[in-house]
Design a protein around this ligand. Structure first.
Ligand SMILES: Nc1ncnc2c1ncn2[C@@H]1O[C@H](COP(=O)(O)OP(=O)(O)OP(=O)(O)O)[C@@H](O)[C@H]1O
Ligand SMILES: [Mg+2]
Length: 412
């Protein structure tokens, strides 16, 4: 089947669920035409630990999305997370050869900026230009055509463990899906839930998933900081399970039905019933106790984030506030707790500005999946992608892609 260049497929391989999203370009926007979700058990804290389980979950999610979209998926853009991710800023300087900045000068200065020591077991997955300076004039978004002698570039770089990246690509390939690009999950989520005004003014995107909490900070329209915390909703469930002596499956249900991220949101006499296990009868517990357990873990995650932001001196740049997304953002009271800890405005991030099956994807659990297709669509028209991704950086993926094509050729 011919590849349709107007169709984009995002594959969010999460710790609790895999989600495949098929979208069709409609001019400058996209319409979601297929969504498939399956529960996942092959990842731990964002990293593949069981190939077979992950392949099964991907296959199921993709099949459902294909059926809904009436389109056979061959290739997808996939997300990556995990505590192996490193995000940092870098800087490059070159002389302007013809005294007027050209695309070649931009390519050279980006190359210079990304010439930093990357650990031998890591791959560069993003080199995102933040801004340029020509001689002494800085904060330039597009310096082409400007006169000057010296061109400087600032970039945000993201690296990932090669093995972790290889495994996630391998799982997609084994499910019959080629990988066009690999994108940091919070960069994808921010594409779906943040507005351009927020990114310009300064905003922190916090995606609290099952196994990881992924953070991206924007200022002046650019990504200035990214990091991943290896804790999320699963840690909350595990605490509820231990704190109320219930099996994890029941603890998950209790958390979703009665969970609150602030103890004070429960009435003093509010009692909930916890199912007994191993033949024991149900037990009553105070909802405040449940709130206390959840509040402690959520407060710990938000406090880690606040400390990281303060350590990097960025708290004054987050002028439009914090946007929390991912499934764990749905715990009642999570915004109240975040307001208290960050001392700033907080909202929940739902996927924005897409058409088609909007009611299906209208949940923070779809932010990464929707963001992946939006990212792919936006980048389609970006010329000179070579300046962002050198051949060396995507070698791994190209290698796996061609390995996969070869298998297909041999097979059919
Ligand atoms: N309505 C809800 N109320 C409270 N928590 C919820 C709700 N829905 C989902 N969650 C929690 O959100 C988490 C899953 O979120 P999400 O689907 O964003 O994670 P994921 O993408 O699978 O994981 P990760 O991004 O960490 O790899 C689970 O811990 C789940 O308990
Ligand atoms: Mg996720």
């Amino acid at each position: 089947m011919e590849k349709n260049n107007d169709i984009f497929v995002g594959l969010d391989i999460g710790t609790t669920k895999v989600c495949a999203i098929v979208a069709e370009a409609k001019g400058l926007s996209i319409e979601i035409i297929g969504v498939g979700t399956s529960s996942a058990a092959g990842l731990k804290n964002g990293v593949v630990v069981n190939i077979e389980n992950t392949v099964d979950s991907i296959t199921k999610a993709v099949e459902d999305a294909e059926l809904m979209a009436g389109y056979q998926v061959q290739e997808a853009i996939i997300g990556i997370a995990g505590s192996h991710i490193r995000g940092f800023n870098s800087h490059g300087i070159v002389t302007v050869k013809s005294r007027e900045v050209t695309q070649q000068d931009i390519d050279r200065v980006i190359s210079a900026a990304k010439t930093v020591a990357v650990p031998i077991d890591h791959e560069v997955i993003h080199v995102i230009p933040q801004g340029f300076a020509v001689d002494d004039q800085d904060d330039i978004k597009n310096p082409i055509g400007m006169s000057g002698l010296r061109l400087e570039a600032s970039v945000h770089m993201v690296t990932a463990s090669s093995i972790a990246a290889q495994n996630i690509v391998k799982c997609a390939n084994k499910s019959g899906i080629g990988v066009s690009e690999i994108v940091l999950e919070q960069i994808a989520s921010s594409e779906a839930v943040l507005t351009e005004d927020e990114k310009e003014l300064g905003v922190a995107l916090i995606d609290i998933g099952g196994g990881t909490t992924d953070v991206a900070i924007f200022y002046g329209g650019n990504i200035i900081h990214t990091f991943v915390i290896p804790k999320g909703g699963q840690s909350v469930t595990s605490d509820v399970s231990k704190g109320t002596t219930t099996v994890p499956q029941e603890a998950e249900k209790i958390k979703i039905k009665f969970g609150i991220a602030k103890e004070s949101l429960a009435g003093k006499d509010e009692i909930i019933e916890i199912p007994g296990f191993g033949g024991r009868p149900p037990r009553p517990i105070s909802r405040q106790l449940l709130g206390n357990i959840i509040e402690q873990r959520m407060a710990e995650i938000f406090t880690w984030i606040r400390k990281n932001i303060e350590k990097n001196g960025l708290e004054n740049k987050i002028i439009s506030g914090y946007v929390i997304t991912g499934g764990a953002a749905l715990i009642d009271g999570s915004t109240d707790l975040a307001v208290e800890i960050f001392n700033a405005p907080v909202r929940i991030g739902y996927p924005l500005s897409v058409g088609g099956l909007t009611d299906v994807i209208n949940s923070p659990i779809y932010s990464t999946g929707v963001g992946l297709v939006k990212y792919a669509h936006r980048n389609r028209n970006v010329k000179n992608k070579s300046s962002l991704h050198s051949k060396g950086e995507i070698n791994l993926f190209i290698a796996l892609k061609s390995w996969f094509s070869k298998i297909l050729e041999d097979f059919f």
